[in-house]
Design a protein around this ligand. Structure first.
Ligand SMILES: *Cc1c(COP(=O)(O)O)cnc(C)c1O
Length: 389
């Protein structure tokens, strides 16, 4: 039997046993509606309260600033649309980066159709936003700046504190999609002047379909779902109590283990990078050191189709992602790599490996060895095809 190596933690993580154990009672005996007036509602109500305290502690916010959503995409959508429509009278200009997740970039595109103007700020060759360009783009009509905390494809960590400072000084709302960052690097909404922040449980060993939008006290955005009075009437609907409990437990574990786990991942990450860069024609995409997420590796292999490589890896029990987004068999070059000035050829040859809790040295060495062989094979086949032609 083949060894199996899951190395796609940035796509999603498994649910930790400790998290599931805390969730289970809220799917069975503690099923009361938290909004009911009777005693059966108490457990759920208390669980939601406790989870908010845990999330608030993890990002240095207050409990009243935490709002549960159905996940990261919803939190991103709510932040941008909620702020844009609320502040429409003040201005119609939005600033974001060229490397955002589609939950942000497609929301911005939608807002452009609604009459808003959006500036997409470029990044440097390491995938880090150009601060001077950001500052220059700000004008009296700018109402919101949204820049992700860390990029999901190349792991580049953005200068969030500086962006926050700039926005605060100019009175512009600052949102950050911190979905890849939470649990991997320190996130402090006060220190970093963050007004709105999105996070999602399934990226840090919690359940899928539950996330948070942090809304700083004093920041007003449009309500998302109109209905009952859940989430202070901003996001109505009977709460996903088990999910909320799971998110709370998962974020607590992630933040408690952050220092040790990120150190461990950085060692594994750098071991993988070193091994892969020994393969001829390989190139690392994104920064090195502490400007890169502990769990992210993104490498291009010259002359090797990324999709072919992924399929070959899959056959060997290695589950990774293309650096570019695959849709129905056709690889679209990644907009992130494109904006870093990487050629289409190297773009389509890129693979993202994202490391996590169960990744160990043994996996890394197996990975390096296997990829070396596959890359060699693919290159030989390509050469043979050329010779036949
Ligand atoms: C996963 C991810 C999202 C989407 O979150 P969901 O909870 O899957 O909707 C958004 N932004 C980034 C950076 C992500 O990695």
């Amino acid at each position: 039997m083949n060894k199996e190596v899951y190395i796609d933690y940035a796509a999603t993580t498994y649910l930790k046993k400790e998290v599931l154990d805390e969730m289970l009672p809220y799917l069975t005996e503690h099923f009361g509606n938290p909004s009911s007036a009777h005693s059966m509602s108490r457990e759920g109500k208390k669980a939601i309260f406790d989870s908010k305290v845990k999330v608030a502690k993890a990002i240095n916010a207050s409990r009243e600033e935490i709002f549960f959503t159905s996940g990261g995409s919803e939190a991103d959508n709510w932040a941008i649309k909620g702020a844009a429509f609320k502040l429409r009278d003040k201005g119609n200009h939005i600033i974001t980066s060229k490397i955002e997740h589609h939950a942000i970039s497609n929301t911005c595109k939608y807002l452009e159709e609604q009459g808003f103007k959006v500036t997409y700020i470029p990044v440097d060759e390491e995938g880090i936003i150009k601060l001077d360009a950001l500052e220059k783009a700000m004008n009296s009509k700018t109402i919101i700046v949204s820049v992700m905390f860390a990029n999901n494809e190349v792991g580049s960590i953005q200068p969030i504190k500086q962006i926050g400072e700039l926005c605060r000084k100019k009175g512009i709302i600052f949102h950050t999609d911190a979905i890849q960052a939470v649990g991997q690097v320190e996130v402090d909404v006060k220190d970093m002047n963050i007004d709105l922040l999105s996070l999602s449980a399934h990226k840090f060993y919690g359940p899928k379909g539950i996330g948070v939008l942090y809304i700083r006290k004093g920041i007003n955005i449009h309500n998302l779902i109109h209905g009952g009075s859940q989430e202070r009437a901003k996001r109505s609907g009977t709460e996903n109590v088990a999910g909320i409990v799971g998110l709370g437990k998962a974020i607590e574990l992630a933040v408690d283990n952050l220092k040790d786990e990120s150190e461990r991942l950085i060692n594994l990450r750098d071991r993988l990078i070193k091994g892969l860069l020994k393969i001829k024609g390989s190139k690392l995409n994104g920064p090195l050191g502490n400007k890169r997420l502990p769990g992210n590796v993104n490498v291009s292999f010259k002359g090797v189709n990324g999709e072919a490589l992924l399929i070959a890896l899959d056959r060997k029990g290695i589950y990774a992602s293309a650096g570019s987004a695959c849709t129905a068999g056709s690889i679209e070059p990644s907009h992130v790599l494109q904006s870093m000035g990487i050629s289409d050829e190297m773009n389509k040859s890129s693979i993202r490996f994202s490391l996590g809790a169960k990744t160990n040295e043994c996996d890394i060495d197996y990975l390096i060895e296997t990829i070396e062989k596959i890359v060699d094979d693919i290159r030989n086949i390509t050469l043979e095809e050329r010779l036949i032609k």
